[in-house]
Design a protein around this ligand. Sequence first.
Ligand code: 9MR
Length: 353
Amino acid sequence: MRFQLPLIAAIAAVPLASAQLNELAKKAGKLYFGTATDNMELNGTYLKILDDTKEFGQLTPANGMKWFAVEPEQGVFNYSDGSVVANLATKNKQKLRCHNLVWHSQLAPWVDATTWTKKTLTAALINHVTHEARHWAGQCYAWDVLNEALNDDGTYRNDTFLSVLGPDYIKIAFRAAAAADPHAKLYYNDYNIESPGNKSTSVRENIVKFLQDDGIRIDGVGLQSHFVTGSSPTIDQQIATMQSYADMNLDVAITELDVRNLLPSTATVLAQQSKDYANAVGACMQVDRCVGITVWDFYDPYSWVPGVFTGYGDADLWFSNFTKHPAYYGVVGALKNSTGKHHHGRAELSWEA
Ligand code: 9MR
C-alpha cells in the first residue's frame, strides 16, 4: 500500500509521448505527412528522424528522378540516384511521391541543344516518360508528371517542349505516363498557384480542362507552397484555391511546403512563421480532397532557400542543432485541431457535433 502513491506520482510525471506529424495527419484522415530528401543527407540524426514513420509517412526525392539524372544522354537511362530514396521509402513503408517527369529546369542539356522536329521530339518525350515511369511503376504513389509549365501571368512557359510541340506536349506527357504507370496518381505541380489569380485560373483552364476535354487522365494538382513569412496566402485563399481544383474531380496535395524567414529569425518572426505553416496545413485539413502535406525538407541546413534567396533562411521545421522551430508545434496544432473534422468518408468522433 505504501508504494501506491509514489508509484502513481511517478507515472503521472512521465510526459505523454507527444504525437508526431504523420501520426496526426493520418488521425485527421489524411494519407501522409511527408518530406523531400536527398541522397547525401541520409545519415546520422537526420536519418533517424526521416526514418521515423510517426513523423514522416512519405518521401520525395529532391533531385534523383529529374531528367538530367535519369536520362543524361539520349536513350541512356540511369536510375541509381533516384532508387536510393525510392528504396528507402519502400524499406520504411513510406509512400513515395515521384518527382518529376517533365520540367524545363534540371533538364538534360541534350534536350535543349538538339534541333528537333515535332516528330523527333515527340518520340524523345514519350521515350523518356515511358522508360522512367515504367521503371518505378509500383513504387510511386504519385508522379509529378509535369512541373512548373506556367508563367506567373498564366501563359504557358516557353521552353523547348512548348516551342517545338506547342501545348500538345502536355497531352503527350500525361498520356505516356498513364500508359506506363496505371496505378500512380498523375499530378500537375507548380508554385504560386495557392491563391486565386491568373496562374491558378490557368492551371484549371490550360492544364486540367485541357487534358480532361481530351479524356486524358490527370488525378491531382500539387501546390508547392514555397511561402515567405508574413506574406503567405491566407488560409481562406488557400482553401478556396485547393477546393477549385478539387471541384474538377481532382486530388490536391501540398507538395513542397516551406516558409522562409528574412534573417535573423527573432521570436516575433518565428511566431509568424508558425502561423504561416499552420495556415497551409490547416487549409489542407479543411479540404477533403487534400490527401497530404510534404515539406521541402525538414532540416534547415538542407533547405534550398539560402542558396537562392539572399538574406532568407530558417525555412524548415528543424533548426541546424536539431531543435524544433515553433512552427513544428504550429503544424501539430493545425493537424490536431482538425482531427475528426475532415476525413475520407469515415465516421469519426467529432467535437463539432
Ligand atoms: O531541392 C532542389 C534543389 O536541390 C535543386 O538545387 C533545385 C534546382 O532548381 O531544385 C530543388 O527543388 C525544386 C523542385 O524540384 C521544384 N520546385 C522548386 C524546388 C526548389 O527549387
